[in-house]
Design a protein around this ligand. Sequence first.
Ligand SMILES: [Zn+2]
Length: 114
Amino acid sequence: MNLDQIREKLLARKAEIEARLQRTHKHIYLKDEPVSANFNEQIKQTENDELVMTLEAEGREEINQIDHALQRLSDGSYLSCTTCGEAIGEKRLQVIPYAEQCIACASMTGPDRS
Ligand SMILES: [Zn+2]
């Protein structure tokens, strides 16, 4: 398994999320349209903002996971499950490059399912 390649992949993914977060951030906080006078329009707008904020929170969470994976790549623990210490498995890491648990542990504890 090529760890340099994984690192590249993680960094690319992180850059992509950061770019997206910047866009959604602008969407929420730098609105230039005046608040709509129409009540239904306002509700739609609010729902949209909530969705955007949910996406933003998910993006930040994913960045945290990526940072953690990069840390694990540096200290050499990347390939081992944080719970049982067994190999996480190449196939699983290709699907979820920031997975920290093997599939058995993840299915018992984690939100980290594939
Ligand atoms: Zn495990």
